[in-house]
Design a protein around this ligand. Structure first.
Ligand code: SF4
Length: 65
């Protein structure tokens, strides 16, 4: 997986960080930063849940497996 956040769409609602806090973090500017290097087989289900839960569809996986 390779997660990308559309910063123009993102509402900074925190939903994704609540679901997968290791992967989705707020940076110092208040934007969501994806930690792609921390995605594992164990937590990728949470990442998929976060993608599905984002209210504006701002999270995309640019490396379909
Ligand atoms: S769930 Fe979507 S809108 Fe909310 S902070 Fe995450 S990327 Fe942004």
């Amino acid at each position: 997986m390779n997660i990308n956040i559309d910063q123009d769409k993102c509402l900074r609602c925190g939903m994704c960080t609540g679901i997968a806090m290791d992967i989705f973090e707020f940076d110092d500017d208040g934007n969501i930063k994806p930690n792609n290097d921390k995605i594992t087989d164990e937590n990728k289900g949470e990442v998929e849940e976060a993608i599905a839960s984002c209210p504006v569809g701002a999270i995309s996986n640019t490396a379909e497996e």
